[in-house]
Design a protein around this ligand. Structure first.
Ligand SMILES: N[C@@H](CCC(=O)N[C@@H](CS)C(=O)NCC(=O)O)C(=O)O
Length: 265
């Protein structure tokens, strides 16, 4: 395969990174990934040349020492160059080959891979179709941001966060269900990055199912409890795509628990 079209630094595995890896596989391009388990990313220097720092260097007075702002708590090490390329300081963090251009937000990294792969998964040469795909990616980000807040709050979940998630879920799923009433894939007849982004973020949201005890203790219901009945097209679309080799290679066993739950009903 040819030279990597992007380098992505992140905690790994990460469903937000899978979006790009699935797209790269489908488009026949290579992407370089670099990183470590979530709990270990605090020992790394976040940079184009990201690397684990020796323990003796991981001090509060290290020039790259910062405080985690979203999802990470405690000390992180983000180089000045990293923050110049990635002003929001988040991962996944992608770089053009050589590191000159920083690309952040997993949906935008996904777009970059699709463009590098010739654009076939991103509307081809039809700007209107590409913009329709953008519409779904924007809707997906609103949903995914709410899901991120919800999942991060699970150890101390409150009705307000739960209610916001419920509303975001109903809005997004109703839209996806409606789209799939008209076309085989989300943005049209052909598979696009709108489908890929949906599968990865929705599979991640379904992890709420791992927190049934916390939800019950707080007197709150599992939002996705009747999802298959309420949004059958959306759920089946995710399940069917997740079995395709290009998806399954990256998702691995991530959705097995959900599949088993569905089969047990
Ligand atoms: N919407 C973003 C979410 C990225 C994000 O929020 N990443 C968090 C980890 S889940 C992060 O890098 N936080 C850095 C910090 O806590 O300083 C995407 O899809 O890429």
């Amino acid at each position: 395969m040819s030279e990597p079209v992007l380098r992505i630094f992140s905690y790994l595995p990460n469903p937000r990174v899978w979006k790009s890896l699935i797209t790269a596989d489908l488009a026949g391009v290579a992407v370089d990934t670099l990183g470590d388990k979530p709990a270990k990313l605090g020992t790394w220097l976040w940079d184009y040349d990201a690397r684990e720092l020796p323990e003796a260097e991981r001090t509060a007075d290290h020039p790259a020492a910062r405080t985690g702002r979203r999802g990470f708590s405690g000390r992180l090490f983000k180089s000045d160059a990293f923050l110049a390329a990635h002003p929001f300081g988040t991962v996944p963090a992608a770089f053009s080959p050589g590191g000159e251009v920083g690309i952040f937000e997993s949906n935008s990294i996904l777009r970059a891979v699709a463009r590098a792969g010739g654009g076939g998964l991103y509307g081809g040469d039809d700007p209107y179709q590409a913009s329709r795909i953008d519409s779904f990616l924007d809707a997906n980000l609103v949903f995914a941001r709410e899901a991120q807040v919800y999942l991060l709050a699970m150890d101390n979940i409150n009705p307000h966060t739960h209610q916001r998630m419920q509303a975001a879920y109903e809005f997004y799923l109703a839209g996806i269900e409606s789209a799939l009433q008209h076309t085989a894939c989300i943005s049209g007849a052909e598979l696009s990055i709108a489908d890929i982004s949906f599968v990865c973020d929705f599979a991640q949201f379904l992890r709420e199912g791992h927190y049934e005890t916390q939800l019950e203790t707080a007197g709150l219901a599992l939002i996705s409890a009747d999802g298959l009945q309420e949004y059958p097209r959306a759920y089946q679309h995710m399940l069917a795509l997740s079995e395709r080799p290009e998806f399954a290679r990256h998702l691995g066993t991530y959705l097995n628990w959900f599949r088993e739950k569905v089969e047990a009903v």
